[in-house]
Design a protein around this ligand. Structure first.
Ligand SMILES: *[C@@H]1O[C@H](CO)[C@@H](O)[C@H](O)[C@H]1NC(C)=O
Ligand SMILES: *[C@@H]1O[C@H](CO)[C@@H](O)[C@H](O)[C@H]1NC(C)=O
Length: 424
């Protein structure tokens, strides 16, 4: 299908025939329709790259509410604002929810029945992200009850007369898998989601856990089955699980690295990320939620080890990239100072940079969470605004050096980007 917008078509027709041929030969239609350059992101060994073979390093953020705000014309402007802020900070990827099950402005109103208004909101978010050259990671289900989540699916299944003893029964009763999201055709760009390079990756679930089966077997089977199913419909996009990175029963020797030595909560960083259909591993980082009693400096030490050990394990045991898809520092503690968040961000960014710069498995990091002006009521303690200069400077700095690394890796220069490492 030709999805060239009317304006660029007029432009092309006014050009000479030769130029027209050159443009068509040089640039696939999708580039013109979406503003995304380089096509789909794919995995090559422990690195990500685009279709031109250019290394792709993720410097991103979370803005989970895009679809929700875009589903109502009066709040759509927030989507444009946060994308503009992302771009001004040098971010290239954003992670957002492609789920809203049975809640206000629902995407899935009832099992298999989708709300067109919400879908048009998601269409808008994807179309605008593409225009800004920002790729998206789209999460398909929530583990928690915000926006419905796993508990809503379980409730629907029970309402339909099935016997599901607990919310964890979700993973063993495939009552609904009518996810019409992958094959949705965007009402604005005319591109099916599964064919749209604006989408960098699908995420099976936001922070899946299955505490009733600490062996990990239950979640393992679910990830295998869902992974195969998603790839059977869409094998162009990357796929990841959405896990927080806890070490599970397959690696008892790594349990000490989990916060408070917890078990894997039914997940397993090594075993589940080894599944063939999973393209990269994910890690979330919340020392102040996980270890609230530790001092600031002990929390930072935990963070440093948590980040580095996952990078090492991705290289040694997974042979896949690892992305830090959520990390954040709350400003709600009594002694909070903006420099604490800067130190926190540097800890993640330095490790990611060092690894990427030496050709390692760190594929990037995405902060939680970027808010535009005018969404003060959405603040959760972790929100960063583009006008907060301390955080904005750190984010912009990381953007510059990650761009340099990607370019250097592309040209296979052996000189690392040392001149940009000394930020302190
Ligand atoms: C499932 O989760 C929901 C929402 O958190 C909760 O209200 C409900 O009681 C849970 N059901 C069971 C059986 O645990
Ligand atoms: C940044 O924006 C927020 C939200 O609109 C506002 O409350 C705050 O005062 C601004 N901060 C600065 C430093 O301008």
């Amino acid at each position: 299908m030709d999805s060239t917008p009317p304006n660029s078509r007029r432009h092309l027709l006014s050009s000479s025939i030769i130029l027209l041929l050159l443009i068509d030969w040089k640039q696939p239609t999708l580039t013109r329709a979406t503003g995304i350059k380089g096509g789909f992101i794919r995995r090559k060994g422990i690195r990500l790259e685009d279709e031109d073979g250019k290394p792709f390093l993720v410097h991103g953020c979370n803005f989970y509410w895009l679809m929700y705000q875009a589903a109502d014309e009066s709040s759509r402007i927030m989507v444009d604002d946060v994308l503009r802020d992302s771009k001004s900070l040098g971010l290239n990827v954003g992670r957002t929810w492609a789920f809203n099950d049975g809640a206000d402005r629902a995407l899935q109103i009832s099992p298999g029945i989708y709300g067109e208004k919400a879908f048009q909101g998601l269409d808008y978010a994807i179309a605008q992200a593409g225009k800004h050259g920002i790729r998206l990671v789209l999460s398909l289900i929530n583990n928690f009850d915000a926006y419905g989540g796993r508990p809503q699916y379980v409730k629907w299944a029970r309402d339909a007369g099935n016997y599901l003893p607990s919310n964890d029964s979700f993973f063993t009763h495939y009552v609904t898998r009518a996810l019409k999201i992958l094959t949705r055709v965007n009402s604005i760009t005319g591109i099916a989601y599964k064919d749209d390079p604006t989408i960098m990756a699908w995420e099976l679930m936001n922070e899946p856990r299955c505490v009733s089966d600490p062996s990990g077997d239950t979640l393992m089977e679910w990830v295998k089955e869902m992974g195969a199913w998603v790839k059977s419909i869409d094998n162009k996009h990357l796929l990841q699980v959405g896990m927080e990175g806890f070490y599970g029963s397959s690696t008892p020797g790594r349990r000490w690295a989990n916060p408070n030595d917890i078990d894997g909560l039914g997940t397993d960083f090594i075993r589940m990320n080894q599944i063939t259909h999973i393209d990269f591993a994910t890690v979330h980082c919340y020392p102040d939620l996980w270890l609230p009693k530790l001092s600031e400096s002990r929390q930072l030490s935990f963070l440093q080890i948590w980040v580095n050990i996952h990078i090492e394990d991705a290289e040694d045991f997974l042979d896949k990239p690892v992305l830090f898809t959520e990390f954040g520092k709350s400003d709600r503690s009594l002694d909070y100072k903006p420099s604490q968040r800067s130190d926190f961000f540097w800890t993640v960014y330095d490790s990611v940079f060092s690894s990427a710069n030496s050709g390692g498995a760190a594929g990037g990091a995405m902060l939680w969470q970027l808010l535009p002006q005018g969404m003060d009521q959405w603040r959760d303690g972790f929100a960063v605004l583009a006008n907060q200069s301390s955080s904005a400077n750190v984010i912009s700095w990381q953007s510059q050096r990650m761009k340099r690394v990607a370019t250097n890796l592309f040209h296979s220069r052996s000189t690392p980007v040392t001149q940009l490492t000394s930020h302190v």
